[in-house]
Design a protein around this ligand. Structure first.
Ligand code: IPM
Ligand code: MG
Length: 370
C-alpha cells in the first residue's frame, strides 16, 4: 500500500515524539511491505517564527494532498503574550476547522502493566476501557461573538457556546456507531440544568438513539461525569460531549492510564484526511531533553494505520509492541517513580521497534473504536 502522511511536528516535545512515531511507521512499512512517504510542514509557534502565521497556507495544502496527518504538539511560553491570532494554538484550531475534523476520538485504555503508574487504586482502574468522543469544530472554541467588549461602561470579555442541530447530530451519531462495535452504551455529557445548548444536545441525543435500539443512552451532567470518572471509570463505554467539556474530561481521564503521555487521539474529518495527535501538549519544560514519553504519539500512529489506512493488523502490531515494552518494565520518566531507571524517548522508541512482531497476533489491549 502506498500512502502519503503529512507530518506537523509543531513545538516543544512535538518534534521528539513525532520523530519516534515516524520511526515506528517506517518499521511497519518495511515489515508489511508498504510505502509510506512523509512530508513535513509547519504549524504553531515554529510557523509563527518563520512564516508569520500559525497555519501557513502551504501547510494546509500539504495536509489536503495527504492520506493522513500526524501532528506533535503546539505552544510554548515564547508565544504566550502574542495576540490571539498569533498564538500557536490558533493554528491547531484553524486546521481542525479547515479539514472539518469534527470528531475527536480519545480512547482511554488502562494497560495492566501500568496500573502502578496511576495515582488511583488498582481496583478502581483495572479493566477500565472507554472512549471519549469530543466534538471538535464547534462550541466555545469557535462561537461568535468572541472577544473584548464594554459592559456597563467597563471592559468585559465574551465567548459564545453555540451549536447547530446538524453539528450535534453528526457527532452523536458517530458515538452511537462506535458503541455498536463496543459495549453498546453511550453516555452523553452535558450541563442541561444550566445551558440551553445542552438542553438541545439532550434532545438531539434522544432523537439519534431511536435509530440505535441496541444501544443504551444515558445523560450525565458534566460535573457529575468528572466525579464518576474517578469514582468508577469502568461504568463508561462511549462518552460523547461538546468541545470544551471533552477537552477537560480527557485530560482528567488520562490519569487513569498513568500519564498524559499515554493517550492518543484521532480527529476524524467529514470528507478529507484525518489527523492524529497525542492529547498532551508541547511540554516546554522538558522539550529537547529526550525524556518525553513517545507512547501517546506512537499509539496515535496506530490509530492512523487503523482508521485512515484500514491496516488493522499493523495497528495491532504497534499496540502489542507498546504493551510488551511496558510489561517488560520499560518506563519513561512520567510513568515511573524511580527516575534513575527511567529510559529516554529514543530508548523507548528503540524498545518498541524491537518488539514489533510480524505474527500479527491479536492483542486485546485496545477495544474497537470505529
Ligand atoms: C487538546 C489541547 C488543545 C485543545 C489546545 C492546545 C488548543 O488541549 O487538543 O486537548 O484545547 O483542544
Ligand atoms: Mg486538551
Amino acid at each position: 500500500m502506498k500512502k502519503r502522511i503529512a507530518v506537523l511536528r509543531g513545538d516543544g516535545v512535538g518534534k521528539e515524539v513525532t520523530k519516534g512515531a515516524i520511526e515506528v511507521l517506517k518499521a511497519i512499512a518495511e515489515q508489511y511491505n508498504h510505502e509510506f512517504t512523509f512530508q513535513h510542514a509547519l504549524i504553531g509557534g515554529v510557523a509563527i517564527d518563520t512564516e508569520g502565521t500559525p497555519l501557513p497556507a502551504e501547510t494546509l495544502e500539504v495536509c489536503k494532498q495527504s492520506d493522513a496527518v500526524l501532528l506533535g504538539a503546539v505552544g510554548g511560553p515564547k508565544w504566550d503574550k502574542n495576540p490571539p491570532h498569533l498564538r500557536p494554538e490558533k493554528g491547531l484550531l484553524q486546521i481542525r476547522k479547515a479539514l472539518n475534523l469534527y470528531a475527536n476520538v480519545r480512547p482511554v485504555t488502562c494497560f495492566n502493566s501500568l496500573l502502578d503508574a496511576s495515582p488511583l487504586k488498582h481496583e478502581v482502574i483495572e479493566n477500565a476501557d472507554f472512549v471519549i468522543v469530543r466534538e471538535l469544530t464547534g462550541g466555545l472554541y469557535f462561537g461568535k461573538p468572541s472577544g473584548r467588549t464594554i459592559e456597563d461602561g467597563e471592559e468585559a470579555a465574551v465567548d459564545t457556546l453555540s451549536y447547530k442541530r446538524s453539528e450535534m447530530k453528526r457527532i452523536i451519531e458517530k458515538a452511537f456507531d462506535m458503541a455498536m462495535s463496543r459495549k453498546k452504551k453511550v453516555t452523553s455529557v452535558d450541563k442541561a440544568n444550566v445551558l440551553e445548548s445542552s438542553r438541545m444536545w439532550r434532545e438531539v441525543a434522544e432523537e439519534v438513539a431511536v435509530d440505535y435500539p441496541d444501544v443504551s443512552l444515558e445523560h450525565m451532567l458534566v460535573d457529575n461525569a468528572a466525579m464518576q470518572l474517578i469514582r468508577n471509570p469502568r461504568q463508561f463505554d462511549v462518552i460523547v460531549t461538546e468541545n470544551m467539556f471533552g477537552d477537560i474530561l480527557s485530560d482528567e481521564a488520562s490519569m487513569l492510564t498513568g500519564s498524559l503521555g499515554m493517550l492518543p487521539s484521532a480527529s476524524l474529518s467529514t470528507d478529507g484526511p484525518s489527523l492524529f495527535e497525542p492529547i498532551h501538549g508541547s511540554a516546554p519544560d522538558i522539550a529537547g531533553k529526550d525524556i518525553a514519553n513517545p507512547i501517546a504519539t506512537i499509539l496515535s500512529a496506530a490509530m492512523l494505520l487503523r482508521l485512515s489506512f484500514g491496516l488493522e493488523e499493523e495497528a495491532r502490531a504497534v499496540e502489542k509492541a507498546v504493551d510488551e515494552v511496558l510489561a517488560a518494565g520499560h518506563r519513561t520518566a512520567d510513568i515511573t517513580d524511580s527516575l534513575q531507571r527511567a529510559i529516554s524517548t529514543t530508548e523507548m522508541v528503540g524498545k518498541i521497534k524491537e518488539a514489533l512482531v510480524e505474527d500479527g497476533a491479536i492483542s486485546n489491549i485496545m477495544s474497537a473504536y470505529a
